[in-house]
Every structure is written in C-alpha cells, then in structure tokens.
Design a protein around this ligand. Structure first.
Ligand code: OMP
Length: 225
C-alpha cells in the first residue's frame, strides 16, 4: 500500500472536513456512477486554499523543474481552475522563487472591452502549464488544452488536484493519462492525489466498506497498475 506524504494526508483530511470529498453514490459528467466525488468548489476557505496552493506548487516544482521543463504561464480553466492557478502562481513565487504568469478563460467569449476568450497573462507564443481540479475521462482537460492552443500557446504539461486513474474516451481501454500524454508528452500529466492515495487513506482509517466500493469501481473504470 502506498504511503501518503504528509501534505497529501493533510489535504484529504481538510477536504473531508469541509465536505469537498465525499463517499456515497455520484453520477459523473461522463455518466459513470462513482462511489466517491471531489467537489473542489467547496475548498473555499483560507486554510484549505493555503494547503492546496502548497500542494500544487510542490507538485509543479517537483514534476516541472525550471531547468528541465520551463514554462511561462499557469492556465486555470473556468471556473474552478481559476483560483487554483492564481494561488499556485503566488506560492511558486513565495516558496520556490519561480515567477510565472497566470491566465484563465471565459465560458463565453466577449466581443467588447478587452475582447477574446482568455484573460490574464498572454498565451500566444508562451509555454503553458494547465492546472485543473479533477480528471476522469479527460474531456475537460482536452477542452482546456484546445483553448490554450487556439490562443497560440504551447501546452507543456498538466497538473491536476486529483487523477481518478480511469480509462479515457477511446475504445481501447487506455488510461486517460496515457491519452492526454499523447497530446502533451510522456510524463507530463501529473496530480497531487491519485485514486490510489484516497484508497490508502481509507485503509488507514479502517473504512473498509468505502474501500471495497472503490475497488469495485476501479475494476470497472480503472486500469490495473
Ligand atoms: P472528465 O471531463 O470526464 O475528465 O471529468 C472531469 C470533470 O468532472 C472535472 O473537471 C469536474 O468538473 C467533474 N468531476 C469532479 O469535479 N469531481 C469528481 O470527483 C468527478 C468529476 C466527474 O464528473 O468526473
């Protein structure tokens, strides 16, 4: 069983305490019926944002070191990615001495004022890291990648709060990570938490009913490691 890092454990505990992580029965956007759900919109207090910003920044700094995978802009897709990209840009500056811009999109294009679909740091000709909340089938992250590319940016990678470690949209039962890495490069899709971390946490708490439901779900929509 994987050992959780202390920041992962802290994040899970805080997510549970604000009701952002729940166990039960949930219909996902992809139509899959899941025994758990993370609602990142409920991670909306100063303390949990601080934990989240540290976790994103550490994951970014570890997986995309400046000398190996430099990037210029963090892109947080509307709506839930927006505050997360902002707080992560701040944490990268204060804790990692790494200065990057941040940008986000509108759900609807604006045809007056500053116009355009994206807001914040310019994306044209820039190296962009997409930062979002949850990845299941990969539909949402594909859209975000498309938005950055349409604005002229080059997507160098993806960082998620949670990779649910599920199969993607294709017929070949390949993982979403594999499918998205085909678009952005091998090893370039990372997450603070994976489904296995939530399972390790459930096990550490002796929550065996929830753990059994997670195993059943993984048999259906996950890939054997
Ligand atoms: P895909 O587009 O299938 O990858 O699903 C990811 C999106 O579903 C996320 O951006 C969320 O909007 C939503 N979601 C969650 O927020 N939390 C979950 O635990 C699961 C989902 C989901 O519907 O799959």
């Amino acid at each position: 069983m994987s050992n959780l890092e202390s920041y992962q454990n802290e994040l899970i505990e805080q997510a549970m305490s604000v009701g952002a992580l729940k166990f039960g029965s949930f219909v996902l956007k992809s139509g899959r019926v899941s025994p758990y759900f993370i609602n990142a919109g409920l991670m909306n207090t100063g303390p949990i944002l601080a934990t989240l910003a540290d976790a994103y920044a550490n994951t970014v700094a570890g997986a995309f070191p400046e000398d190996k995978v430099p990037f210029d802009v963090l892109f947080g897709p509307a709506y839930k990615g927006i505050p997360f990209a902002a707080v992560t840009a701040l944490a990268l500056h204060t804790q990692h001495k790494r200065d990057v811009g941040f940008a986000y999109d509108r759900k609807e294009a604006k045809d007056h004022g500053e116009g355009g679909k994206t807001v914040g740091a310019p994306l044209a000709g820039r190296r962009v890291l997409v930062l979002d909340d949850v990845m299941t089938s990969g539909k949402a992250v594909r859209e975000a990648i498309g938005t950055v590319q349409a604005a002229g940016g080059e997507v160098v990678g993806v960082v998620q709060l949670l990779d649910r470690e599920e199969i993607g949209q294709g017929d070949a039962r390949r993982s979403t990570v594999t499918e998205i890495e085909e678009l952005v490069g091998a090893g370039r899709v990372r997450a603070i938490l994976q489904m296995r971390d939530l399972m390790a946490w459930l096990e550490s708490k002796g929550m065996s009913k929830e753990l059994a439901e997670m195993r059943d779900y993984r048999d259906k929509y996950g890939l054997k490691a």
